[in-house]
Design a protein around this ligand. Sequence first.
Ligand code: EPZ
Length: 464
Amino acid sequence: MNPVSLRSRGFFVTAGPTGGKIAMEYQDKEYYKIEGGVCLSGRVRVSGAKNAVLPMLAAVTLTRAECIIHHVPSLRDVQVMTQILRLLGVKVEMVEAGLNGGLTLVTQADSLTTHVIKDNLSRQMRSSIFLMGPLLGRLGEVRIAYPGGCAIGPRPIDLHLRGLAAMGARITEKHGYILAQAARLHGADIHLDFPSVGATENLIMAAATAEGVTTLRNVAKEPEIVDLQNFLSGMGVRIRGAGTDTIRVEGVGRLGGTEHTVIPDRIEAGTFMASAAFSGGEVRVENVVPEHVESISAKLREAGVTVQEGRNWISVKGPRKLKAVDVKTLPYPGFPTDMLPQMMAIMTTADGSSIITETIFEQRFSQAEELRRMGANIRIEGRTAVVKGVPGLTGAEVEASDLRSGAALVLAGLVAEGTSCVEGVYHIDRGYENLEGKLRGLGAAITREKMQGAANRLDSGQLD
Ligand code: EPZ
């Protein structure tokens, strides 16, 4: 059955988490309707960091004591992680309007009921892999469906598994599952082939209760790693070095609870900074750690944008026309891969040609085809995109294939002439809290619409 006939029946076909095809119901399919040509202005407050809170939610399984996490963003990925925790037997209470905006979560993992992570949930979200380290430490075993790839690349987990094996875990992989077992993990000296964010976080959590000292080398230095270290230290974990190349963890037998406020989301902040730069408006982005977005501020200044920094805010004023600049993504503190799609979008109408190089993931250019539908001139050569500035974009029907490409398409819709429809809003909901509400607060003409369609769901067997 081809996608056209499915579409006529109110379904659309999209890539499943394991590379297969799944039919999503139109009624699941919301889209953003955007009237372009608006100069954004005003103030916007950044939510808590998705990529900081997800490993913390895994870390709460390390202790029987109560943990309180403030400034948690209301996101689909947080909901999925919360569901996974509850199925493991963790009590999770969600309290609205926490101390610093966002949600406050109260968790208690005093009696875990299983070591198995539900397939349908672990397949929805790669971050479930973060549970391997803590559950191995707490229960001595964990079973998880292989998380598989997604729109931005195959996303292997070999660094996670090799590190856990070095700490004494027996790993078996069959029928798409991974089973890891260890009576008690022991300390190890581990050098990561690549400064993987997830592997760094997983291995830190595995080392928290391992016997002896673990030294992790060539680790990721992202701010989210530092935030996780602070969270774990609050629980009594003896850890130091986050933010540098080497982290040292001394395992302890029993951990306590903690209360923690999540850092602001630097990628959400960068996305709003880019929206102001692109629309030629003036926006003050609040609840930001300027140091965390230094590479983004520097790149925007190079493109002719006025960027002023306060203690916890950044003011961005876009020029009439951006200068084309070259971008190369690198591990932190380099330019973040999660801002590449947004940077590509704002370069589409810049003065000159921009060379954008992705060094972290294999397929970070899915938005290029969609931006071309809006009139962009983009040529892809392997992991490099050449974006030749055009006079302007025109509104079109476009589709997001992942979280950040979706954000990029929204930015393009904000400045394109006429109306744009950005489909695949469920991708954007994974990592942006109330994006349309925050953009409307800056003057954008954006609404969330529902596509009417069939009420049932085809199983994958009916798809060719
Ligand atoms: C985290 O993903 C973030 N997700 C990503 O954000 C972010 O893009 C990425 O780090 C890089 O900064 C979360 O924190 C939940 P990696 P992660 O392990 O941990 C390869 C977003 O939009 N690799 O640092 O999966 C991998 O294939 C998301 O918020 C291995 O080869 O990223 C990739 O090429 C997207 N083997 C590179 O390392 C491994 O075992 C970086 O991956 C692990 C990773």
